[in-house]
Design a protein around this ligand. Structure first.
Ligand code: 5GP
Length: 226
């Protein structure tokens, strides 16, 4: 994987590919679809990107840490963040608030670092509206039966919450064509390869080169013959 990254870097035409704004990637997919597993498996590749840590009012699951998976906060604090326009987007998901603190995202993009957000559908749509150039990725399960099996296997939700999560999953899948890319998580290794390929392709888009960078590049190549 490192080797691949080195190779890709070596192939970048550095004069044109330097100093661009970061790209905002949004990953959406039902809870239980394996977004976290994909992210951990792709961690060495994703290390160069900023993963935005969301704020949520939902309870902490065993093994989760404040400031790592989420900032676990109370409803009042969350509502203060909404009122203070401190969130890029937020949504109510199965009875709890989830939202993206805007400042770290803005700062990272301005520094030229790519950012990855993991959002349910309502939040993903808000981001697409505010940042139309955001790259929208959808992670789907191989089947709804498999999704239910994975959710049950996790065993962290009541039957009622699980049914709500499944209902939300169906709604999200119905919105599939609003997204730029589909990754089916039938096998983690393959899903990770696809994620990495998509990110690489997006970074190589010619339109990311600004007029100023292009002019600068052309000036640099001037040899006095014209
Ligand atoms: P979970 O409770 O399983 O961690 O997350 C529930 C859902 O909320 C998942 O689909 C997850 O991607 C989504 N989610 C996590 N953080 C955010 C956020 O900041 N904003 C929005 N809109 N959804 C989020």
């Amino acid at each position: 994987m490192d080797h691949d990254t080195d190779e890709a870097d070596a192939l970048q035409p550095s004069g044109l590919a330097t100093k661009r704004r970061g790209i905002l990637f949004v990953m959406t997919g039902a809870s239980g679809v394996g977004k976290d597993t994909i992210r951990s498996a792709a961690a060495p590749f994703l290390a160069e990107m900023v993963y935005s840590i969301s704020a949520t009012t939902r309870g902490q699951r065993p093994g989760e840490q404040h400031g790592v998976q989420y900032y676990f906060i109370g409803r009042e604090q969350f509502e203060q963040m909404i009122a203070g326009q401190a969130l890029l987007e937020y949504a109510d998901y199965v009875g709890d608030y989830y939202g993206t603190p805007v400042a770290p995202v803005k700062e990272a993009l301005a520094r030229g670092q790519d950012v990855l957000l993991e959002l349910e559908l309502v939040g993903a749509r808000q981001v697409k509206k505010r940042v139309p150039e955001a790259v929208m990725l959808f992670i789907a399960p191989p089947s709804l039966e498999e999704l239910e099996r994975r959710l049950r296997g996790r065993g962290t939700d009541s039957e009622e919450k699980m049914q709500k999560r499944l209902a939300r999953a169906r709604e999200e899948i119905r919105a599939l064509r609003e997204f730029d890319y589909l990754i089916v998580n039938d096998e983690v290794g393959r899903a990770v390869t696809e994620l990495e390929s998509i990110i690489r392709a997006e970074r190589a888009r010619a339109k990311l080169v600004t007029d100023a960078q292009l002019a600068e590049f052309l000036r640099g190549g001037h040899d006095g013959n014209d």
